[in-house]
Design a protein around this ligand. Sequence first.
Ligand code: GRF
Length: 195
Amino acid sequence: MKKLNGELNKFNLAVFISGRGSNLKSIINFSLKKNSIYNVKLVISNNKDANGLKLAKKRKIKNYVINFTNSKKLSKKVLLKLKRENIKLICLAGFMKILPYYFIKLYRGKIINIHPSLLPKYKGLKTHERVIQNKEKYTGCTVHYVNKHLDSGKIILQKKIKISKNDTHVSIGKKVLKIEHKIYHQAIIKVLSNL
Ligand code: GRF
């Protein structure tokens, strides 16, 4: 990281969301800490009612709602905004859409995602329900690079927790979310350090 006029030249991040935005919140909070090496410059949502958008507005972070029905158009619009903000890393945080392949190729190694399971196990949706149904002893979360296959890119960080006898998919969901908020930041630092 270079210094510009004595100021740290931070890495600019874009966060893509679809809903609640608790991971977005945690990433923003880490970015505001002293000595943070990144800024959240842009929040993009495919859902105008996403709770995370309220937070972006409150923090005065540029935010855009994108219509995902035409993915080609989407990419052009998004690409322009990413360029304009000099975005170095895209973090998908509860983003429920599949990005077009050529977009993924353009940003290869620069798009990461968080998933609430110990990948490669339990790709896709309803992970906690399936984990409980299958009487797993452990679960956790994973931050990985995004490639063209769902939840299949190279793993950056993973954290495991034990499932207790009384856990339900709801209690496990809460426990996993807590650790998501920690490892996403750690994974971002790891990726940025290697750029
Ligand atoms: C998280 O559990 C994340 O792992 C998954 O979607 C959820 C998003 O939650 N991809 P939030 O919107 O960050 O609160």
